[in-house]
Write a protein that binds this ligand. Structure first.
Ligand code: CDP
Length: 230
């Protein structure tokens, strides 16, 4: 049986991480935060004094054992130089450099291959910028979560994080390799969700409704999911 792969893309602070994490927990799927993976590589670069734009040096650092990603039952454990990266991923320093690291095609190639492996044999909810178009192009369960810039700024500020999301979005949208592109995601089959005025449960409800339309049977009492027989 093919695994069920739920792909969620969207700009910074659109709410996709909260939605993806909660949906994965309820369904018992693996949650893959691909932004976290680019953030872990960025933290490694900062620790080692590697320039964020030096793709070959970043690849060397990743492949010589600097990065360890372990997909557990519910989330991917991320380590840099043997140290749990979780507490450092949303620091101001990482926020400021991550979009430069993520623009390096060599880095993307390695991380995309890992992300595809995580989704090969287990059900996943995977979120990022290029999941619908590049990482999981064949899944029928694709979503693009948008929200107005004002609301996104407010959400990030409410988390108490220092993060220039407009600058990050601009870099993500204009890079040459796999740019953030809502229209391309929709063209690849993603269902567009404007979360500006929606609660977390509102967005999850819209995703679940769409998944049912696309051939899944979801028991919301127990949050079990099965494929509808052909
Ligand atoms: O949570 P937030 O929306 O702030 O960002 P994130 O998902 O943690 O992603 C951080 C950064 O990683 C983005 O600004 C992109 O530069 C990069 N990224 C990417 O290029 N491709 C992905 N699939 C996921 C993230």
């Amino acid at each position: 049986m093919e695994p069920i792969q739920i792909a969620i893309d969207g700009p910074a602070a659109s709410g996709k991480s909260s939605v993806a994490r909660l949906l994965a927990a309820r369904l018992g799927f693996l949650y893959v935060n691909t932004g976290g993976m680019y953030r872990a590589v960025t933290w490694l670069a900062l620790r080692r004094g590697i320039s964020a734009s030096d793709g070959p040096a970043l690849v060397e650092a990743i492949s010589s054992g600097g990065i360890f990603f372990d997909p557990g039952a519910s989330e991917v454990l991320m380590k840099a130089d043997g140290e749990d990266a979780a507490a450092f991923l949303n620091s101001a320093e990482v926020n400021a450099a991550v979009s430069v690291v993520a623009a390096a095609p060599e880095v993307r190639r390695i991380l995309v291959a890992m992300q595809q492996r995580f989704a090969e044999h287990q059900d996943v909810v995977m979120e990022g910028r290029d999941i619908c178009t590049v990482v999981l192009p064949r899944t029928p369960f694709k979503f693009y979560i948008h929200a107005s810039e004002e609301v996104r700024q407010q959400r990030r500020a409410a988390q108490g994080l220092h993060d220039s999301i407009s600058k990050r979005d601009a870099l993500d949208q204009t890079r040459a390799t796999a740019p953030l592109d809502g229209a391309a995601a929709v063209e690849a089959g993603a269902h567009w969700i404007d979360s500006t005025a929606l609660s977390l449960e509102g967005v999850i409800g819209e995703i679940v409704g769409r998944m049912k339309d696309r051939g899944l049977v979801i028991d919301l009492g127990r949050w079990t999911v099965t494929r509808r027989p052909e």
